[in-house]
Design a protein around this ligand. Sequence first.
Ligand SMILES: [Zn+2]
Length: 194
Amino acid sequence: MIEHRQILRLNSAGHPTGWINYQVAVKLYYLDQIVYECGVSSMKIMGGYNRLTGLRSSLNVNSIIATRNLHKLDYSSFTPTLNNNTLFMRDANKCLYCGNDFSHRSLSRDHVIPLSLGGKDVWTNAVTACRRCNNHKGGKTPEDANMMLLAIPFSPSRVEYLILRGRKILADQMEFLMSHISKNSPLLERYKNF
Ligand SMILES: [Zn+2]
């Protein structure tokens, strides 16, 4: 369905800035805001009929478009919003205590250092846990509960966040995003078989 397609938007320097839907992309094309296209796929958007010629207009919207800069991106200060869906995606829907895969509704947000002990509700203190492990851990630290964390929680970079927030990411978009994250990103290992 074309309505669900997402276009990856870059700034003119080629840094990914966000996902947009095709309506926004069409607008940017008509406003002459596209600096260049760099996806290998595109989708054809049909427009209206010309009354004189009877021909229908169409526009090819590329899967990755670089647009004129609206504002400067500050990469250093980027902190994405912490929400459960993205957190579970970051941890590949695995409980970071028992290592099993679960559906989103069976997962929960665990605070490594519990809030009651002064832990914060931030990416670096939040992990995905199944309800059973979360209950078992209770208000303790992993050490006190004798439960080992299988991975270190991290705050996603802007590009990692785009990967986690993307819906039905196309192969060329994924390849582009992957080439823009750090070689040490834990997501590389997790999503390399995309
Ligand atoms: Zn578990």
